[in-house]
Design a protein around this ligand. Structure first.
Ligand code: ARG
Length: 464
């Protein structure tokens, strides 16, 4: 051991300790303490294997195991003192182990390096997030399904370009988000499956000359197999990037729904009431009820995208294998995960509480000549017109209604006949918004019967 003030874990070749600025830039303990439990779990699996393979003695293995158990209790009780001088979580724990059990502690790091250690710790942490994110997305999907069920036949405007396009149903609109978050669920599951391999035993980069049993540690940590290439094992951060990209797409969906809630809850739209529990008031305008949760979700999503891009940039120029740049992988993933969970919880709460206002949805559904396509389809079906001609005739009827400042269904039959003489009474049947949606029975269409089929399919799929 050196008698100068060099680092006690790796300072053997150093005559001097680090500059305080060096320590500040180098230390990760401020954030990687979030990996403490995973670090201990990994060390427990490693030491059990070292013992089983007779790489260390049974008594050393036991002493290490007991010591790690005490450290875990200290951490859980909030009594562990993290030290910046000890740089990171791995060395903080190993140093404490030495305090508690003495010399056998020095054998824990046999046949491993912090490179495979951190890669394994971080994988375990990200794996937990992938599991928790799937649960959180499921909760949101359930809330959306309840909304869809309640309003499977409530008619509302469907938009393209945020212009009234064709009437749709509330249930259909909710189910569109079920599809989106359903894909998120699959993506998170895919990522989990792909990442579930253990880097432990890759050591610094080249593997180890000790007779380790990598399959044993992989199994103990719940991995499907050990990573097959030691260079890749220590330098791969795809698992974190896949989490961030799945999180980003999910966040994008959350942001789109937030945007709709902001629009729908405005005094001009009044499609929904957002509950008091998820709104705030204004300190100056007494009438205001602001959809702050939706706005904050919309904004927080930026951090998740930022983390995704940020980690891509950290990784993109790195030669194999480990570079210290990779220590910068954690903070942004932690922040992205925290914000994803907060956003999902807030959205689930808002969606469960939200009250659609069916009368307003319906009144708005007929605005903007939303049934013009139904009229054109009627001309094709009943008058045997080519669709292009029907489109033209309908356009002329829309222009007439616009001139008279009324809706299509308010035009008299005589007015209609001035545009096309063969139009008869039965045209009014397709001009009602309810008829319009009921007629869209194509698979995946907006007809309430179709929407109900999709609700049943999703409930079966999610075993609800
Ligand atoms: N704190 C480091 C990190 O998070 C641990 C790995 C250090 N490895 C090394 N070769 N310096 O990346």
């Amino acid at each position: 051991m050196s008698d100068n003030n060099s680092n006690k874990m790796w300072g053997g070749r150093f005559a001097d300790g680090p500059d305080t600025i060096m320590q500040a830039i180098n230390a990760s303990i401020g954030f990687d303490q979030r990996l403490a439990k995973q670090d201990i779990e990994v060390s427990l699996a490693h030491v059990a294997m070292l013992g089983a393979q007779s790489i260390i003695s049974p008594s050393d293995a036991n002493a290490i195991k007991d010591g790690l158990g005490s450290i875990l209790s200290e951490i859980e009780a909030g009594k562990f003192e993290f030290s910046e001088a000890l740089e990171d979580i791995h060395m903080n724990i190993e140093a404490r182990l030495k305090d508690i059990i003495g010399d056998p502690a020095g054998r824990l790091h046999t046949a491993r390096s912090r490179n495979d250690q951190v890669a394994t710790d971080f994988r375990l942490w990200v794996r937990d997030q992938l599991d928790a994110a799937q649960l959180a997305v499921k909760v949101l999907i359930e809330a959306l399904l309840s909304q869809a069920e309640a309003g499977a036949d409530w008619v509302m405007p469907g938009f393209t370009h945020l212009q009234s396009a064709q009437p749709v149903t509330w249930g259909h609109h909710m189910m569109a988000y079920v599809e989106m978050f359903g894909r998120d669920l699959d993506r998170l599951g895919d990522a989990r499956q792909r990442m579930n391999q253990s880097p432990l035993g890759a050591a610094a980069l080249a593997g180890t000359s000790f007779p380790v049993d990598r399959a044993m540690t992989a199994k103990a940590l719940g991995f499907d197999a050990p990573c097959a290439n030691s260079l890749d094992a220590v330098s791969d951060r795809d698992f974190a990037l896949e989490f961030l990209s799945a999180a980003s797409i999910c966040a994008m969906h959350l942001s789109r729904l937030s945007e709709e809630l902001v629009i729908w809850s405005s005094a001009q739209f009044r499609f929904v009431n957002i509950s008091d529990r998820f709104s705030t008031g204004s300190s100056i305008m007494p009438q205001k009820k602001n959809p702050d949760a939706a706005e904050l979700i919309r904004a927080k999503i930026g951090r998740i995208f930022g983390a995704n891009v940020g980690l891509m940039i950290v990784m993109k120029g790195l030669p194999l294998t480990y570079s210290k740049d990779m220590q910068e992988d954690k903070e942004q993933v932690f922040d992205a995960a925290d914000n994803l969970f907060l956003a999902l919880a807030a959205m689930s709460g808002m969606v469960s509480d939200m009250q659609a206002i069916p009368e307003n949805l319906k009144a708005s559904a007929g605005c903007g000549f939303a049934t013009a396509t139904d009229l054109a389809d009627w001309l094709v079906r009943e008058q045997n017109m080519a669709f292009r001609d029907a489109h033209h005739v309908t356009g002329a009827l829309v222009a007439l209604a616009e001139k008279k400042s009324c809706d299509l269904q308010d035009l008299s039959l005589d007015d209609m006949k001035t545009v096309h003489p063969d139009i008869d009474e039965s045209v009014y049947l397709v001009l009602g918004v309810e008829n319009s949606v009921a007629s869209r029975q194509s698979y995946g269409g907006t007809a309430p019967a179709q929407v109900r089929l999709q609700i049943v399919r999703w409930k079966e799929k999610l075993k609800l």
